[in-house]
Ligand binder design. Structure first.
Ligand SMILES: *[C@@H]1O[C@H](CO)[C@@H](O)[C@H](O)[C@H]1NC(C)=O
Ligand SMILES: *[C@@H]1O[C@H](CO)[C@@H](O)[C@H](O)[C@H]1NC(C)=O
Ligand SMILES: *[C@@H]1O[C@H](CO)[C@@H](O)[C@H](O)[C@H]1NC(C)=O
Ligand SMILES: [Zn+2]
Length: 418
């Protein structure tokens, strides 16, 4: 009897703790400023050997900072470690929980009373209802598309904007890393612009192409960042007693596990037990495969660091049409900087980030042979990181839209998308 009572109490307690949100009281965001290759090496080793730190960005040659979140118990240790190696750092956010509490989250109340606004973040259900509303509001142009499914049984829902058949396709994949909220918000803004903008250039690109847009390609993870853990990155498949989730952007079947990924389920970059082991990446890749050569431009949205990345992640060699892609990309980033002065660096994944493989863009480039493939890393440069304040949603979205207009214009000059 006592055994059962104990069990009962245990169940109550554990369900109580399970329902709690993960809190980040006194967790700090470090912006570490390595100066030379040996500093980078020290940080790389720290990332590999000490899983207590959450590296929000990885040590990478082309970027002059590394963002790391450290808990209250580890903060002083990290400070001492950096000082002992003579590595400079700043602490732009001293209490992550405060940044989370300040985040503006709104509920979409439906098209009858209000539309989506661009000064707040929205949860998964809101975005899915909004997509359905758009399909009924623009029945001749918008259709709901299902790009795949998730471990917890949800659809990967997106929409297609098409003003007629036979157009070349542009694909936008966003929110594959759950905590990168700005990618989801910006994608919704782009959808809205393509449907409602009065700008003739935007109206033209909306009309001239078939747009396949998925604001949230990791729905279980994204939902989890609202309900339980704001800092969740991976999908939500249980792996073992202590670990959940696979990094969906290390799980694609191109040079899987070769670089920048891990076989340890407790890491943020766990690549899964094998390529396409995860239902999300597997079903989405099947969907992309079915579209095949109808896709001429593929955009993948991530945050943060202000980078425009070009395949491949396994080598700094200029493969395929790398030179065209860089030329087009640099001009697009020029347009991106015009409005607010936001500066992006353009380069291939390996040179701009670090060797990292198993991501969607390499697979799309290698297997589907999509002519132009880019990965954006949006704002900022380590000031807020994933907790980008909601008042930056609009500027980030506007400058991204500017860059896409220019990217398409330049691509056409180079003979693509025509
Ligand atoms: C949004 O809706 C959820 C339930 O769906 C509710 O818990 C939450 O309080 C609402 N938030 C706002 C800002 O109205
Ligand atoms: C486009 O113009 C119409 C009419 O002038 C206006 O109501 C609407 O808000 C404008 N749309 C955008 C996205 O600015
Ligand atoms: C990098 O990956 C691409 C695409 O899979 C492949 O064609 C190329 O040979 C690889 N290069 C190296 C150095 O591994
Ligand atoms: Zn990401």
């Amino acid at each position: 009897m006592l055994k059962y009572i104990t069990l009962f109490i245990f169940l109550i307690l554990s369900s109580f703790t399970l329902c709690q949100k993960v809190r980040y009281d006194d967790y700090s965001l470090f912006k570490i400023l390595p100066k030379n290759p040996s500093d980078f090496k020290v940080l790389e080793e720290l990332q590999q050997n000490d899983l207590r730190y959450d590296f929000w960005t990885s040590p990478r040659a082309a970027v002059d900072f590394v963002s790391v979140m450290a808990g209250p118990k580890e903060k002083d240790e990290l400070k001492n470690f950096l000082s002992s190696h003579g590595i400079n750092y700043e602490i732009p956010v001293s209490n992550i929980q405060e940044a989370i509490d300040k985040e503006s989250v709104k509920n979409y109340t439906g098209r009858s009373s209000s539309t989506m606004s661009w000064n707040s973040y929205y949860g998964l259900t809101d975005i899915y209802v909004w997509i359905d509303d758009l399909a009924s509001l623009y029945p001749n142009i918008v259709s709901v598309i299902i790009g795949g499914e998730t471990y917890e049984g949800r659809d990967i829902k997106g929409l297609r904007i098409s003003h007629g058949s036979g157009r070349k396709g542009i694909f936008i994949e966003s929110g594959i890393h759950a905590r990168e909220w700005i990618t989801v918000a910006t994608t919704c803004y782009i959808i809205n612009q393509l449907l409602t903008s009065n700008d003739t250039e935007i109206q033209q690109i909306a009309r001239d192409y078939d747009w396949y847009i998925f604001p949230v390609t990791n729905p279980d993870g994204y939902l989890h960042t609202f309900t339980r853990d704001r800092m969740w990155r991976k999908n939500r498949r249980p792996i073992n007693a202590n670990a959940y989730g696979v990094d969906l952007n290390r799980n694609w079947n191109n040079n899987w596990l070769m670089h920048g990924a891990s076989l340890n389920p407790s890491t943020q970059t766990y690549a899964g037990p094998g390529p396409f082991s995860e239902v999300e990446s597997r079903t989405l890749s099947t969907y992309i495969e079915e579209l095949g050569n109808r896709i001429e431009l593929y955009l993948s949205f991530h945050s943060f660091s202000q980078l425009l990345l070009i395949p491949f992640g396994n080598t700094t060699e200029p493969l395929a049409n790398y030179n065209d892609a860089v030329n087009i990309g640099r001009r697009a980033m020029g347009a991106l900087s015009a409005r607010y002065g936001t500066m992006y660096t353009t380069g291939n994944i390996a040179e701009a980030i670090y060797l990292a493989t198993g991501g969607s863009v390499d697979w799309v480039k290698e297997v589907i042979k999509v002519p132009l493939v880019y990965c954006y890393e949006f704002r900022d440069k380590g000031q807020y990181g994933f907790n980008l304040p909601a008042d930056q949603i609009l500027p980030n979205s506007e400058e991204t839209m500017d860059s896409i207009v220019e990217l398409i214009f330049q691509a056409r000059r180079f003979g693509y998308l025509v």
